[in-house]
Design a protein around this ligand. Structure first.
Ligand code: ADP
Length: 449
C-alpha cells in the first residue's frame, strides 16, 4: 500500500468511527495502521480507546509496543505484564525482552528472549543476541538446565544450580533479631537434632522475608546458607515460569528434588509476589497451578524432617497469596527493614574493607544515610570510588578514598526506600490483616518516618 492509500484508509476509518465510535474491530484496525506508520501518539490514543471498550489481548500488546517505541518503558512494562497474565505468545516474550533490555534489566531480557526462542526459533536475532552477550547474558544457559526432562546428567544440573556461599552472618550488617530467628529454625536444629526432635521441632520449614528492595533479603538468604554450611539454591519466580502449561510446576518440583538430593539446603525463592495469588483476577491459569505446586512442596517438607529451609522473598508482600502464609508453610513472616545507624556503619565498613582508604568517619557518613538501603549505600561507595579513580587517572597521583569523597557521592544518591514505605503504609493502614504489617508500622514510628 502506498502512503497515499494508507492516508485514505485512515480517513475512511476515522469517518466510520465518528458514526459508530463503539465499533471495536474498526478502531483496532485504525490503531494498528497508525502504529505501523509510526504515528505513535495517535496509535496510543486509539489503542487506549479500544481497551476501554474491550479486553483485547492483541491491543494490550500493541499498546505496550507503542509505549516501548515511544521510550516509555515503565508503562510498556505494565501493559506487557498484563498481557502476559492473559496469554503468553512468542512475540510478546520478545517484546518483553526488548523492553527489559531498554530498562537495563539484562537478566530478565535474557530470560524472556529464551522463552521467545523456545516457542519460535524463527524469532532469533543475532544482532540482539550480541547485544545481550555484551551485557554478560548467554542465552540458554542456566535456564536450559532447569528443564530437567531435557537434562541427561542430573549431576550437571546440580553443579550449575547449587552453590556453597562463603558469606555468613558476620557479613550482614545489623538485622540481629532476624538472624536469631533464622538460627532457631535451621542452624541450632542442625547442630542439635536430638534436642529439637525431643521437643517435636522439625528442621527447616519456611520463612518469608519482606521489605523494601536492596535491604539485604537475598544477601541474608545467601549468608544463612554460608552460616549453616547448607547448600544454596536460588530461584526467581520468573525463572521457573514457562509458557507451556505443565512445565512451570515441573521446574519448581525439579528445584525441590534438587534440594532433597543436596540437603541440608536452603531454597531461596525470590519475587514470590509474581505468583500474584492475591491479585483477585487470577487470569493466568498457569500461576494458580504454580502456586498450588509450591503449596504442595511446602506441605511436603513440613510433614517430614526435610532439612530444607525455604526462604521466600518479596518487596510486595501484599500481592503474596494468603494461602502461602498458613501455618506449616511460610509460618514466619519477617520484615527486613532498611539498616539502622549501626548496620549502616557495618555495611560501609564491609564495602570499603578492601579498598585503599584513609581513616573513614563511619558514624558521620552513616548518620547522613538515613533511609538508605544497603544497595543505596553500595551505590554511594561505587560512585565515590569511580570519582577517585578518574581523578587518579587524570593526575597520575594515586591516593586513597577519603570521607569527603563519600560525602560528595552521598549527595548524589537519593534513598530508594521512600516509595516502598509510602505504599506499605497504605497497606498497613487499610488492610493490615491479623497485624501482618505491625512490624512496618512499629519501625516507622520508632524511626519517626
Ligand atoms: P534485596 O534482596 O532485599 O532486594 P539485596 O540482598 O540484593 O537486597 O541487597 C543488595 C545489596 O546491598 C547486597 O548485595 C549487599 O551488598 C548490600 N546489603 C544490603 N543490606 C545489607 C546488610 N544488612 N549488610 C550488608 N550488605 C547489605
Amino acid at each position: 500500500m502506498t502512503n497515499q492509500e494508507d492516508e485514505q484508509t485512515i480517513a475512511i476509518l476515522q469517518e466510520a468511527l465518528a458514526v459508530s465510535p463503539e465499533n471495536v474491530p474498526l478502531r483496532r484496525h485504525l490503531a494498528e495502521l497508525l502504529l505501523r506508520l509510526g504515528r505513535i501518539e495517535e496509535a496510543i490514543e486509539q489503542f487506549q480507546a479500544v481497551l476501554e471498550r474491550s479486553n483485547d489481548h492483541a491491543s494490550c500488546v500493541n499498546l505496550g509496543r507503542a509505549y516501548y517505541q515511544r521510550g516509555d518503558f515503565e508503562r510498556a512494562e505494565q501493559l506487557l505484564q498484563t498481557a502476559l497474565e492473559q496469554q503468553a505468545t512468542p512475540e510478546l516474550y520478545l517484546l518483553l525482552s526488548k523492553n527489559a533490555f531498554a530498562r537495563q534489566e539484562y537478566e530478565r531480557a535474557g530470560h524472556y528472549y529464551d522463552q521467545a526462542l523456545k516457542a519460535d526459533e524463527s524469532l532469533r536475532e543475532s544482532s540482539y543476541e550480541e547485544e545481550l552477550a555484551r551485557q554478560g547474558i548467554v542465552i540458554r544457559g542456566k535456564l536450559r538446565l532447569l528443564r530437567f526432562a531435557e537434562v541427561e546428567e542430573e549431576a550437571e544440573a546440580d553443579q550449575e544450580l547449587v552453590e556453597q556461599p562463603t558469606v555468613s552472618f558476620k557479613d550482614v550488617g545489623g538485622l540481629e533479631d532476624i538472624k536469631e530467628q533464622i538460627r532457631m529454625q535451621i542452624l541450632y536444629p542442625l547442630q542439635q537434632p536430638a534436642l529439637f526432635q525431643r521437643f517435636g521441632k522439625r528442621i527447616g520449614g519456611g520463612i518469608l522475608l519482606y521489605g523494601p528492595p536492596g535491604c539485604g533479603k537475598t544477601f541474608l538468604a545467601r549468608a544463612t546458607a554460608g552460616e549453616s554450611q547448607c547448600r544454596f539454591i536460588s530461584i526467581a519466580i520468573h525463572d521457573i515460569l514457562d509458557m507451556y502449561i505443565g512445565n512451570s510446576e515441573k521446574n519448581l518440583h525439579g528445584i525441590f528434588e534438587l534440594a532433597r538430593r543436596n540437603r541440608p539446603a536452603i531454597v531461596f525463592i525470590d519475587e514470590l509476589d509474581a505468583l500474584g495469588g492475591s491479585r483477585q483476577q487470577m487470569r493466568f491459569h498457569g500461576l494458580r497451578i504454580l502456586t498450588n505446586q509450591l503449596l504442595l512442596e511446602l506441605d511436603s517438607i513440613a510433614t517430614n524432617n526435610s532439612e530444607i529451609l525455604v526462604l521466600g522473598a518479596t518487596n510486595s508482600p501484599w500481592f503474596v497469596d494468603s494461602s502461602l502464609r498458613r501455618p506449616g508453610r511460610f509460618d514466619r513472616i519477617l520484615f527486613v527493614p532498611p539498616p539502622d545507624l549501626e548496620a549502616r556503619c557495618a555495611i560501609l565498613r564491609l564495602l570499603l574493607e578492601e579498598k585503599p582508604t584513609e581513616a573513614i568517619d563511619y558514624p558521620q557518613l552513616a548518620r547522613q544515610m538515613e533511609k538508605f538501603s544497603g544497595a543505596d549505600i553500595r551505590a554511594v561507595c561505587e560512585r565515590a570510588t569511580d570519582a577517585v579513580l578518574s581523578e587518579v587517572l587524570k593526575t597520575g597521583q594515586p591516593r586513597p578514598l577519603r570521607t569527603s569523597d563519600l560525602l560528595a557521592a552521598l549527595k548524589q544518591v537519593r534513598p530508594s526506600t521512600l516509595e516502598w514505605f509510602a505504599t506499605a503504609k497504605n497497606y498497613a493502614t487499610y488492610s493490615n490483616e491479623g497485624g501482618l504489617y505491625d512490624d512496618v508500622l512499629r519501625f516507622m514510628q520508632k524511626a519517626k518516618w
